[in-house]
Design a binder for this molecule. Structure first.
Ligand code: NAG
Ligand code: NAG
Length: 544
């Protein structure tokens, strides 16, 4: 019996290989096996329960080239359900791989799931993170770098090194306690510190050779606060934002809001010594700061001088900086043609969606909402309910496309939209805090930032020529941010606050981008390894 099984499984493997070779010979496969466990970590000097991937905190980074196929097998050795999601990966036609509670059943304790992800037509700097149960407060996040294909020009010379920096706020309370706080209807307390690549008090060292230029990819993987990034005595030349090559302005410091990623070039053009790499909280009353070290390989002197200060509560400078971040129209993106050949500003949106965040109390508990709707998770992932036509899980239209000023209420909110629509979305923020919004499955054009109430006249201030396409945007206090987005990716896509307390307590919903074509050209069917749960338990996924 055994040799026969072996033979047939290796035959299937061979067939699969042949199939994939004949279909997509140029798109390589990369295989990952990740074991997710608890483990003791000491990022702020005290012992905490962390969530590790293959024993690492942060998790291993992923390197891929445009169009690569990533096969990532995740084994859950935790005592709680687990999922990983991918900030910025678009999963074209394939929201099945998105790894959020509306698209995937959780990987139960002791079980595994294999993600099949193609990084189709993507370049740039992103990260992955655990999407359930406040796990993000315990680790299991890591960097994703998608490199250009060899023949596609990159608008700067190859750097001497490529470093990633996962920075963000951190709590000494473990994720179970943070989750309990939220579920009892409280907001999170102020964070206890900031981490750079998993370290707070005993920072990392990044070594550089004098005279050479290095790429730093910085992501804000924190839970609640915007950060500012800077390097003592050095300029930051911005080159990439979430997959867009930018006009290469230099900055002395950069604001990075929750969930955002930036690439800068740093030239080691100073006298040989060690310099502070600094991250500090932005828009917080108490400013938290942490440092790492930029070490010149020929340096014999440790870091010295005061840690350079940065902007703190000032909003205006952040808005000004945001407006200087622009697309390099002549540079290539993931394809050889200039990224600016897509004239996003010449296309007329077919409709405007306005999304207003709020912080209502519902049944005596703190919640967060969009257009008064505070999202509640259904018993069955929306994507599965949709695919198998399971009624009663959600209805399209349960998410209003405009604020109505009503009281907050709980709802499994799904907004409908048609494939190939071109939409304008206005994020309207009447609260006092900076918001950070992320859209899964998409890259959108941030056409404008403005203060007060958005009106049709606000369109006069839009940048319709060279703003960047990205997946996460900030909205300043008592202000609006407007984006244009081409709905070219069918699926069930999470739109959420990147503030983790806010998304956990309801500031999120799903956009169902739909076509009736039923064609695999537009959307893949349910994967044969899909986990099934809730009212989808026992349904048949497609036969091999
Ligand atoms: C992974 O999960 C599948 C079912 O989902 C199971 O058949 C397989 O044995 C699991 N593999 C391991 C190594 O646990
Ligand atoms: C834009 O990209 C082009 C092409 O790679 C490059 O030559 C040029 O220097 C870049 N311009 C700016 C302002 O960054």
């Amino acid at each position: 019996m055994r040799p026969c099984i072996l033979l047939s499984s290796s035959l299937i493997l061979l067939l699969l290989l042949l199939l994939s070779c004949s279909v997509n010979s140029e798109d390589p496969y990369r295989f990952f096996t990740w074991k997710v466990t608890y483990g003791d970590i000491y990022p702020l000097g005290v012992k905490q329960q962390g969530i590790l991937i293959n024993g690492q905190f942060p998790g291993p980074h992923i390197d891929a080239v445009t169009n690569d196929n990533l096969v990532i097998s995740v084994y859950n050795y935790l005592k709680e359900p687990f999922l990983i999601s991918w900030n910025g990966l678009q999963h074209r036609r394939n929201s099945w791989q998105d790894g959020v509670s509306g698209t995937n059943c959780p990987i139960l304790p002791g079980r595994n799931f294999t993600y099949n992800i193609q990084v189709k037509d993507q370049i740039g700097s992103f990260f992955y993170f655990p999407s359930l149960g406040m796990h993000k407060a315990a680790g299991a996040f890591g960097a994703i770098r998608i490199w250009s294909r060899p023949k596609i020009p990159v608008p700067f010379p190859p750097p001497a090194g490529d470093y990633y920096i996962l920075a963000g706020d951190w709590f000494k309370l473990d994720h179970h306690r943070l989750r309990r706080l939220l579920e009892n209807g409280h907001n999170l307390p102020s964070p206890d510190g900031l981490l750079i690549n998993g370290r707070g008090w005993n920072g990392n060292t990044f070594t550089v050779d004098q005279g050479k230029t290095y790429r730093f990819r910085i992501s804000n993987v924190g839970l609640t606060t915007s950060i500012n990034f800077r390097i003592q005595g050095h300029k930051l030349k911005l080159v990439e934002v979430e997959g867009s090559h930018t006009v290469q302005n230099t900055y002395s410091s950069l604001d990075i809001h929750l969930g955002q990623s930036y690439s800068v070039l740093v030239t080691a053009d100073q006298p040989p010594k060690d310099y502070y790499i600094v991250v500090s909280t932005r828009f917080t009353r108490r400013v938290l700061t942490t440092t790492s070290v930029l070490h010149y390989s020929n340096s014999h002197t440790g870091v010295s001088g005061p840690v350079p200060g940065g902007p703190t509560t000032d909003i205006a400078s952040s808005v000004l900086q945001a407006r200087t971040i622009r697309w390099n129209l002549t540079a290539s993106g993931p394809r050889p043609n200039p990224q600016g050949s897509y004239h996003y500003g010449m296309i007329k949106p077919s409709r405007t969606i306005m999304l207003a965040n709020s912080a209502p109390y519902i049944n005596g508990k703190q919640r967060f909402a969009v257009n008064s709707v505070s999202y509640v998770q259904p018993d069955t992932p929306l994507k599965l309910a949709d695919y198998f036509n399971i009624g009663g899980v959600f209805w399209v239209g349960s998410m209003p496309a405009n604020p109505n000023g009503g009281n907050g209420y709980l709802q499994t909110a799904v907004m409908g939209a048609n494939f190939h629509e071109y939409v304008e979305i206005v994020f309207q923020n009447w609260e006092d805090s900076v918001q950070s919004w992320h859209i899964d499955g998409y890259s959108f054009f941030v056409v404008g930032f403005g203060s007060g109430q958005w009106t049709a006249n606000s369109r006069g201030s839009y940048n319709l020529r060279d703003t960047v396409a990205r997946c996460t945007t900030q909205v300043y206090p008592k202000s609006w941010t407007a984006i244009y987005m081409a709905l070219d990716n069918v699926g069930m896509w999470n739109i959420r606050s990147e503030n983790w307390a806010r998304q956990y307590l309801g500031q999120q919903f799903y956009l169902r981008v739909f076509t009736s074509s039923g064609s695999w050209r537009d959307e893949y069917p349910v994967p044969k390894n899909a986990l099934l749960c809730g009212r989808a338990t026992g349904r048949r996924t497609r036969p091999f």
